[in-house]
Write a protein that binds this ligand. Structure first.
Ligand SMILES: *Cc1c(COP(=O)(O)O)cnc(C)c1O
Length: 426
């Protein structure tokens, strides 16, 4: 497969943009090689600048649950753009979009739209602090919530309950106020809450972990978090930036029947445009300006083009049977891959939920970051390159979700499994 144009563009980009990319995972650092530059997408497929086609499982890292360039979403965005791309004043589209989100997500009675998932989680933390009058936050090892200072934090060594920054430039005081627990361990959260009674504003969790690869919550984990946080007067924040409108129309909270205090949305909610959102009960949302004392704003927030695309996406997702179809496609891929790994005797785990899965090159079950980290990233990298060379584009890291859309067909599933069989045999 010839990718000369991608190579040329990457060389040029590296002189102009740090690492040649506008978001680090795109640089293929963890798999090596030259990232593919894309020119066009349609349905389940994307074409690179050299004209090669790929069955796409990145799907923009989640937003494209209806595939690339869905004609009705494009039409909605074009028609909104033609009427003016931004006003910095309220529009009817925002009201319609808010209504759709409030109807869809059990915990949300009021919602504020922002421009990214990062903005949503950052604002949710500020809201939790403002509402509770407390400062500490608990997150989970391997949980990713965007690049807000307070969330770029990993566990300190030993028994330390102060987080340390995992990025240069984060003020140590921000990092120190964030504590890190183990995903799927209610006990690890209980210990931190007990040690800091009355000080923890919020526990933030991806109800289905997606950023250490897909790791579903174990039985009782989310219920346990709900009980504990309620008992401690701590708010429970579900970061549903991936799982919202993917695990189900109402998100992971509707699947597991656990209602958080604050929910963060992003990715799908913008229909392929930059949108994030955070929402909660009216009582909590009254803290947000101009109703209350917590300031949060945005010049392009609630942007009409993005709202129109988001509205059309949510409307299309209400079609009966669509989630059953996405779940069935995901199952066929996950089960098919697990079978091929077993046949070829390559040790692996396939974790999956509706619309997302991860193949971990790991002999043991993956239930948290510690077990995920034991995966063989080098083997994954070889698999990744064999797959891309045969026209299947998985995420360029062992620790990411493969995203399945409603546009992925049976033929795509067969093509993907055939490519995997060849890759693993060689
Ligand atoms: C992608 C992601 C974010 C950040 O969203 P951006 O739009 O990239 O800022 C936050 N939380 C989770 C769970 C995500 O997957």
């Amino acid at each position: 497969m010839d990718r000369n144009r991608s190579s040329e563009l990457f060389d040029k980009a590296r002189g102009l943009i740090p690492g040649g990319v506008n978001s680090p995972a795109r640089a293929w650092n963890s798999v090596g090689g030259t990232p593919i530059f894309f020119a066009r997408g349609e349905g389940s497929h994307a074409w690179d600048t050299d004209g090669n086609s790929y069955i796409d499982y990145v799907c923009s890292w989640g937003p494209l649950i209806l595939g690339h360039a869905h004609p009705e979403i494009i039409e909605a965005a074009q028609s909104a753009a033609a009427s003016g791309t931004s006003f910095g004043a309220p529009t009817e589209l925002e009201v319609r979009m808010a209504e759709l989100v409030v109807d869809a997500v059990p915990s949300i009675e009021m919602v504020r739209f922002v421009n990214s998932g990062t903005e949503a989680t950052m604002s949710a933390l500020r809201l939790a602090r403002a509402y509770t009058g407390r400062n500490r936050i608990i997150k989970f090892d391997g949980g990713y919530h965007g690049h807000d200072d307070a969330l770029l934090v990993e566990a300190g060594s030993g028994v330390a309950t102060q987080g340390i920054a995992n990025s240069a430039g984060v003020h140590p005081d921000y990092a120190a106020a964030t504590m890190v627990a183990d995903y799927n361990s209610v006990e690890s959260v209980e210990r931190l809450l007990e040690a800091h009674r009355g000080e923890v504003a919020a526990v933030i969790v991806e109800p289905i972990a997606g950023n250490m690869g897909v790791v579903p919550p174990s039985d009782g984990f989310l219920e346990g978090l709900r009980e504990l946080t309620t008992a401690h007067g701590t708010l429970l924040i579900f970061d549903e930036v991936i799982s919202g409108f993917r695990a189900a129309y109402g998100g992971a909270q509707s699947v597991y029947g656990v209602t958080p205090d604050i929910t963060c949305l992003g990715k799908i909610v913008g229909g392929g445009f930059p949108v994030g959102a955070y929402g909660a009960s009216k009582e909590i949302m009254q803290t947000v300006a101009p109703l209350g004392p917590m300031y949060q704003a945005g010049t392009l927030s609630g942007n009409p083009v993005a709202m129109a695309a988001g509205i059309k996406t949510l409307e299309l997702l209400q079609e009966p049977g669509i989630y059953e179809r996405i779940a069935a496609t995901t199952d066929r891929l996950a089960d098919g891959l697990a079978k091929i790994f077993a046949e070829t005797e390559v040790p692996a785990q396939v974790n999956s939920v509706c619309g997302a899965f991860t193949v971990f090159f790991n002999p043991d079950p993956v239930t948290n970051m510690k077990t995920a980290s034991a995966s063989d990233g080098k083997e994954f990298a070889r698999f990744f390159h064999a797959m891309t060379d045969s026209g299947v584009y998985p995420p360029p890291s062992q620790f990411e979700a493969w995203f399945v859309s409603a546009a992925h067909t049976d033929a795509d599933v067969e093509g993907t499994l055939a490519a995997a069989r060849d890759a693993l045999r060689s």
